[in-house]
Design a protein around this ligand. Structure first.
Ligand code: ADP
Length: 394
């Protein structure tokens, strides 16, 4: 048997696969997109050469074809030893990764109403892989699990208590796998044990969230009941006044339309009127495009406010960490954000900040900065692969 570990991330219309060897080195990846549509398509290892999928191919068909392709290319020989699945919502049931059995499946289904766009499609991926590899142990790794250490004062909303007790309305937090990895990597870079390392971790991709991590544990985070709360994101608004719903309903906009607007048409996209892509926005702003500049300004200001807010949850701070596509790549966003935080004694070193990515410099603060500022590439797939092999071997 092959000793590979497969990592599966199924989204609503796409599925991503990553294949790791037994030493947890990534050896292949694949992406199938536009699933259930006429123009479904897949690519392996980022190659421009597409893999043919049948018209309207679903998750199961795409996964089967991608696994066959891995096998033909001898990237996978026989069955993997473990399969790890990204599952978005684990509710209050899962504080860590779990071996997938009938109990786990039932529990994932039970919290599906909290993540209707994600959990059902994560289950489709699990079903498909169980059909393809019935004898291989499979493991669910939850985006929410790392935040189950939040104290009650951080996870409760100031709502009537039956909202929590009867309906589970509380802050759950997301991107937990990435924030967990930041805690591990920051500790490694700082040469400290994780359980004595405290950081503020900003994950800035299409979705954005920030987490306060005290001695290795998540103690506060910006996303809440759903991944809409908190920072400005690609197309999501982040925090708005909930009074907006009533105000707009008085203007004939239905709640479902407001919800769609906040999720799909807001954030960087809404403010700029152009795009949710930060790289494009930076280019447009450079050419004098005012709405693009405003989108960047609001993004950075909101982020800085949240960095400030997260210090209230910590008694100790070792570093502020940037990750995700924007956090890792945009020197401008890091610089504009930290500029607001002089009162906290945070100071960026413009040269080191620009160098990051070119010379894999990870520390971008000025020597006079009160706290280190780190840039660390995230690797959620690796965390899932490690959890899958650990639980499969247990
Ligand atoms: P996802 O949340 O979908 O995984 P990513 O973490 O890949 O997203 O982040 C995507 C974001 O990163 C996009 O806004 C993209 O423009 C931004 N990004 C990637 N490279 C750069 C860059 N060099 N400069 C600015 N933004 C960048």
């Amino acid at each position: 048997m092959d000793e590979s570990i497969l990592v599966v991330n199924s989204g609503s219309s796409s599925v991503k696969l990553a294949l790791f060897d037994k030493h947890h080195q990534k050896k292949a990846s694949a992406l199938a997109e536009r699933l259930n549509k006429q123009d479904a398509i897949a690519h392996i290892n980022g190659s421009p050469e597409p893999i043919e999928l049948p018209k309207g191919a679903n998750h199961q068909q795409a996964l089967q074809i991608l696994i066959e392709t891995f096998t033909q290319k001898e990237l996978l020989k026989g069955s993997p030893i473990a399969i790890g699945h990204r599952v978005v919502h684990g509710g209050e049931t899962f504080r860590e990764a779990a071996l997938i059995d009938s109990y786990t499946i039932t529990a994932i289904k039970k919290v599906s109403s909290l993540a209707p766009l994600h959990n059902p499609v994560n289950l489709v991926g699990i079903d498909a892989m169980q059909a393809l590899f019935p004898a291989v142990p499979q493991v669910a790794v939850f985006d929410t699990a790392y935040h189950q250490t939040l104290p009650e004062k951080a996870y409760r909303y100031a709502l009537p208590k039956h909202c929590y007790e009867d309906w589970g309305v509380r802050r759950y937090g997301f991107h937990g796998t990435s924030h967990y990895f930041m805690a591990q990597e920051a500790a490694r870079l700082l040469g400290k044990p994780v359980d004595s390392t405290s950081i503020i971790s900003a994950h800035l991709g299409n979705g954005c969230s920030i987490t306060a991590i005290q001695y290795g544990k998540s103690v506060d985070t910006s996303m809440g009941l759903t991944p809409l709360e908190g920072l400005v994101m690609g197309t999501r608004s982040g925090d708005v006044d909930p009074g907006l719903f009533d105000y707009l309903s008085g203007r004939g906009v239905r709640a479902s339309e407001v919800h769609a607007m906040l999720n799909n048409d807001s954030g960087l996209m809404g403010l700029s009127g152009h795009t949710n892509d930060m790289r494009t926005l930076c280019e447009l702003a450079e050419q004098g495009d005012k709405p693009a500049q405003l989108a960047i300004d609001v993004f950075c200001f909101r982020l800085a406010r949240y960095i400030g807010a997260m210090t209230a949850s910590l008694t100790h701070l070792d570093a502020v960490v940037f990750t995700g596509g924007i956090g890792e790549n945009s020197a401008q966003v890091r610089q504009e954000t930290i500029k607001h935080l002089g009162l906290l004694g945070l100071e960026i070193d413009p040269e080191r900040n620009q160098q990051h990515g070119r010379q894999t410099e990870s520390q971008v603060n000025h020597a006079d900065s009160r706290f280190p500022i780190l840039v660390i590439p995230t690797n959620e797939e690796l965390v899932i692969a490690r959890a899958a092999s650990r639980l499969a071997n247990a």
